[in-house]
Design a protein around this ligand. Structure first.
Ligand code: MG
Length: 330
C-alpha cells in the first residue's frame, strides 16, 4: 500500500467515522450494533445518513487555511472557525462556541476562557486534527507536534488538550509511513510534555480499557485512549469503527479519531463504499458548499502534496475528482 492510499484513508476514514457515529452521540454502549440495520450508516439525532458533523467541518476549515495560506497561519484558521460558527452549524462544542464568539483576538480568546473556567480539556481540538496531521507529517515529529499544539490552542487553552492532539499527530505521522503507530508509542510519548506524559501513557497502554476511563469520553484523554484501544483490538477498519461507536458517549468524535488512525493503517480501500457513498460534509460559512468523496480525495491529495486546493474547483469538480490519479489507483 502506498502513502497516498493511507493519506486518503485517514481523511476519508475520519469523516466516515464522524458521520457513522453522529446519530448515536450521547447514547448508551452497544446502541450502534443494536440499532436498526445493525452497525451501518443511518440518519438520526438531526443528522441525515452520511452527514458529517462539526468534527469534519472544522477539519476542512483547517485544511483550506493550510492550503490557501501556504502553511500554518493561526489567525487565519481562527477567522475561518469564526465564520463557520457564525453561520449556525448544526452542532458546535460548548467550549469552542464560547471561545469563537467572545470577540477576543485569536491569540487571547482560548487563554481567557481557560483562565475563567479551568476546564478546557475537552476533545474538541482533537476531533478536527486529521487534516493538519496529514499536512505536517512529512516534516517530522517535532514540527507536527508543534503545529498540533498551536492549532489546538486556538480554542483549547488547557495544555492537556494540546498534548493529546500532539500524540494524535505523531501516531498518524507514523501510520502514514507504513509502520504501525502503536509500535512506536514509547517514542511518541517521549515527545509529550512531562507534566502530561503519565496520564497519556495510562490511556494508551495495552492494559487500558475504555471502561477504565475516569472521565466521560468527551474529554481528551479517554477519547484518544478509546481510539487507540479500538485500533489495537481490531483487525480492520469496519471492526475498529464499530468498536469505537459501540462505546457510546461522544460517538462521532471517538469514531472520527478512530477512523483517521484506522484509515491510515488499513488504507482507503478498507473503507466500504456503502459508507463513503452517502458521505457528505456541509460547510456552514462557505456559501452552501458541500464536499463529497471526490472532493475529499482531492483535498487529501492536496494536503499530502502541500499545493493549491483543486477540490475548490466548483461545479464539475466531482468529475475532475473521479479522474484524479488517486481515484484511478483504486
Ligand atoms: Mg461532532
Amino acid at each position: 500500500m502506498n502513502r497516498r492510499e493511507r493519506v486518503a484513508g485517514a481523511i476519508v476514514g475520519s469523516a466516515v467515522g464522524d458521520a457513522l457515529g453522529a446519530p448515536f452521540e450521547f447514547g448508551p454502549a452497544g446502541m450502534f450494533s443494536a440499532s436498526d440495520g445493525g452497525g451501518e450508516m443511518r440518519g438520526g439525532g438531526g443528522w441525515d445518513p452520511g452527514e458529517a458533523t462539526d468534527d469534519t467541518q472544522m477539519a476542512i476549515q483547517v485544511a483550506e487555511s493550510l492550503l490557501e495560506r501556504g502553511g500554518l497561519d493561526p489567525a487565519d484558521i481562527f477567522a475561518r472557525f469564526q465564520r463557520w460558527a457564525a453561520d449556525d452549524p448544526k452542532d458546535i462544542g460548548l467550549q469552542t462556541e464560547d471561545v469563537l464568539t467572545r470577540g477576543l483576538p485569536w491569540d487571547q480568546a482560548a487563554a481567557a476562557h481557560y483562565r475563567t473556567t479551568h476546564r478546557a480539556a475537552g476533545n474538541g481540538s482533537l476531533m478536527r486534527a486529521t487534516t493538519a496531521a496529514v499536512h505536517f507529517a512529512p516534516e517530522g515529529r517535532q514540527t507536527t507536534v508543534d503545529a498540533a499544539r498551536r492549532i489546538s490552542a486556538l480554542t483549547h487553552g488547557d495544555p492537556a488538550a494540546g498534548e493529546g492532539v500532539a500524540i494524535f499527530h505523531d501516531l498518524l505521522r507514523t501510520a502514514l509511513t507504513g509502520a504501525h503507530p502503536l509500535e512506536d508509542l514509547t517514542e511518541t510519548l517521549a515527545a509529550v510534555h512531562p507534566d502530561h506524559r503519565g496520564r497519556y501513557a495510562t490511556v494508551t497502554s495495552p492494559t487500558w480499557h475504555p471502561d477504565d476511563a475516569t472521565e466521560f469520553n468527551g474529554a481528551v484523554w479517554p477519547c484518544l485512549g478509546s481510539a487507540v484501544w479500538a485500533l489495537r483490538t481490531t483487525g480492520n477498519y469496519e471492526e475498529a469503527l464499530r468498536a469505537a461507536i459501540d462505546l457510546g458517549g461522544d460517538t462521532d468524535t471517538v469514531a472520527a479519531v478512530t477512523g483517521a488512525l484506522a484509515g491510515a493503517v488499513h488504507g482507503l480501500s478498507a473503507i466500504p463504499a456503502r459508507w463513503t457513498d452517502p458521505l457528505h460534509v456541509p460547510l456552514p460559512g462557505s456559501g452552501g458548499r458541500v464536499l463529497r468523496l471526490p472532493q475529499l480525495l482531492n483535498l487529501a491529495e492536496a494536503l499530502a502534496r502541500g499545493d493549491v486546493p483543486p477540490h475548490r474547483a466548483g461545479p464539475g469538480s466531482a468529475i475532475r475528482g473521479a479522474g484524479s490519479p488517486l481515484w484511478s489507483d483504486r
